[in-house]
Every structure is written in C-alpha cells, then in structure tokens.
Design a protein around this ligand. Structure first.
Ligand code: ADP
Ligand code: MG
Length: 316
C-alpha cells in the first residue's frame, strides 16, 4: 500500500471542449490519457485507482431520454451514471491494458460499476442546484418538463438548465470489491461520474436516486476509505490559481492545507469548477495526512510524483 494513489480524471481527459464527442473521439482522448497513466505505472506506481467525470456523457443520455420519451420510457439519472461508468470504464480498460502491454506490464485493469451512498435527506434534494444536460431556450418546454417533476434554473443569457441534487458522498458501497481487486494486483476504475447515487430503504436493497455526486468529492472519499497515500486531480489548467482570470492571477505550487483553506474562505475558487476540487483535496489531506495535487492532465507523471501543479500537504 506504500504508493496507493487515486487519480481523478476531468472532462478533458475524455471529451475536451470543442470536440463533438463521437465514440471514436472519446476513445482517442481516453487513449491519449491512458498513455500518461501507463507511463506512471512504468515509473513504478503499483497501486492505482482511477476515477473520472461523466458530465457530457450523462448530458447526451438525457437528450436521448427526452427525444425518445414518447417511444421508450426514459431512464432515471442513476441509470444514466451506471451506463456512462460502463462505457467509459470499458474504454479505459481497453486502451490502458494496451498501453501497459506495450510497456511489458501485465496488471489487469478492472472497471467496477460502483455505487455511492448518500443521505435521503441531504439538503441537495430540497434545493437542487447542480445544472445538468443541455441549455433550453423554449419556456414552454421548460414548463412541460417542470410539470413532469423536473426542476430548472435560469442560466443567464443562455436559457434554462435542469438542476438536480448533488448530495454529499457518504460511503463508497463497493469499496470492499475495489480493495479485493487492488490486493490481487489490478488497476481499478471506480466511483466514475461520482458513483451511482443510492440511498437505504430500510430492509430493501439499496435504491438508486435522481442525483449526481461530484466526482472530485467522491474520489476524495474513496481515497480516504482506501487509505491512499496520494490523491491527484487532473484537469485542464496547470494548477489552482488565486485571482483566476484577473491580471493578478497567480498559480499555486506547494501549499499547506491550512493555507489553501484560507484562500478558499477568501472566495478564490468558483462553485461549479475549482471549488469542489479544492474542497476535495482539503478533505483528503485533513482526514488522512496524505498528499494531494491538482494539476494538468499533461503533467500527470510529475503531478503524481509531487513536482507539478498545486501540491497540498499538511505542513511544509
Ligand atoms: P474537470 O472537468 O476537469 O473536472 P472543471 O471544468 O470542472 O474540471 O474545472 C476546471 C476549470 O476550473 C478550469 O478550466 C478553470 O477554467 C476553472 N477555474 C475556476 N476557478 C479557478 C481557479 N481559481 N484556478 C484554476 N482554475 C479555475
Ligand atoms: Mg470541465
């Protein structure tokens, strides 16, 4: 367990902005990312867990739901997450296995369809705020879908977007399976898209629920549960910035978790993007004493080795 590392891959690892997102494009992007991951393994990383986002992919399933709802029943959000875990997981497994084989590594890669427990009374369910799916510009369509029970929020000039709960990840339900696979030498893909949100229903089976869990928070939770020593978030900026997008912008290198919390309190990190990443790395470092990083996908190896991006530790 000496080097057990959880790596969270952002949207541009799979479907960068400006691409149509065909299956072939997504496969090529994942393949490119997996070359980096394979390089990490080649450098000697032995215990690796990957997690990934799924926003655009779930968005596509939701569009199909709406277009086809008079022909086949729409599937709930937990099913959408499960479907995207499968397609992304299978593509990661295929491309990473190939890249490992090219390097003479025989570790199996196993995607786990994984559930994450949330509280049925999480405040997110009474005030849904996480925007998902396409922008809508037709007020009649919004009204029709609100009548069907969906919630919408105005997003400025661009129209309305469906909003859902983004509850706190409490427990990675399939953690024990992940652990068995790691113990047997596998590289595991888990909690993809934040995990399939489930709640307990008394005596019955765990039940999927309409929500999406933040993938960085779910990744941090899993890293904590697995006693990982390192948690790395790879995204499309080189590091965390203070004064992001202003003339005073400054990239953060090595910081203590207390310093990062201070900047978070000062409001440097946007709610829908860098905010949850900063929260996720702070939680991991505070709860485990381990090391976390937020870095560019292009610097994956250096980020995991502790020399690129924003590196977060308890102390200096
Ligand atoms: P991913 O899809 O990789 O999970 P997001 O798109 O949600 O990531 O978040 C990454 C984005 O956060 C960056 O592209 C950047 O535009 C934005 N961002 C907002 N605030 C900051 C900040 N303080 N420092 C760096 N990036 C920031
Ligand atoms: Mg993104």
């Amino acid at each position: 367990m000496a080097d057990r590392t959880v790596i969270a891959l952002g949207g541009n690892a799979i479907s960068p902005a400006g691409t149509a997102g065909t299956a072939a494009e997504q496969t090529d992007n994942i393949w490119r990312t997996m070359r980096q991951v394979a390089a990490l393994v080649e450098h000697g990383l032995t215990e690796l867990i990957l997690t990934h986002g799924n926003g655009p992919q779930v968005g596509n399933v939701l569009i199909k739901n709406e277009l086809a709802k008079h022909v086949v029943p729409p599937v709930p959000l937990d099913w959408c997450v499960a479907q995207t875990q499968a397609t992304i997981g299978f593509t990661i497994a295929s491309t990473l296995s190939h890249e490992l084989a090219v390097r003479g590594v025989t570790q199996p890669v196993v995607p786990v369809v994984s559930r994450v427990l949330v509280a049925a009374d999480d405040p997110g369910f009474t005030a849904p705020s996480k925007p998902i799916g396409p922008y809508l510009t037709d007020a009649d369509e919004v009204a029709e879908r609100e009548a069907e029970g969906q919630h919408f929020a105005r997003q400025g000039e661009r129209g309305w977007r469906r909003v859902v709960a983004s509850p706190e990840p409490l427990v990675s339900v399939d953690r024990a399976a992940v652990e068995l696979l790691l113990d047997d030498g596998a590289i595991v893909v888990a909690n993809g898209g934040g995990g399939i949100p489930v709640v307990t229903d008394g005596d019955g089976p765990l039940r999927g629920i309409e929500a999406v869990i933040d993938k960085d928070l779910a990744g941090a939770r899993l890293a904590e549960e697995l006693s990982a020593v390192s948690f790395v978030i790879l995204t499309d900026v080189p590091a965390v910035a203070v004064g992001y997008g202003t003339s005073d912008q400054r990239w953060l290198g090595a910081v203590t978790v207390d310093e990062l919390r201070g900047l978070q309190r000062d409001g440097h990190f946007s709610v829908g993007s860098m905010g949850p990443k900063v929260e996720a790395v702070c939680r991991f470092v505070e709860r485990t004493g381990g090391r976390a990083a937020i870095a560019s996908l292009d610097d994956a190896v250096a980020a995991a080795e502790g020399t690129a991006g924003t590196q977060v530790r308890v102390g200096r």
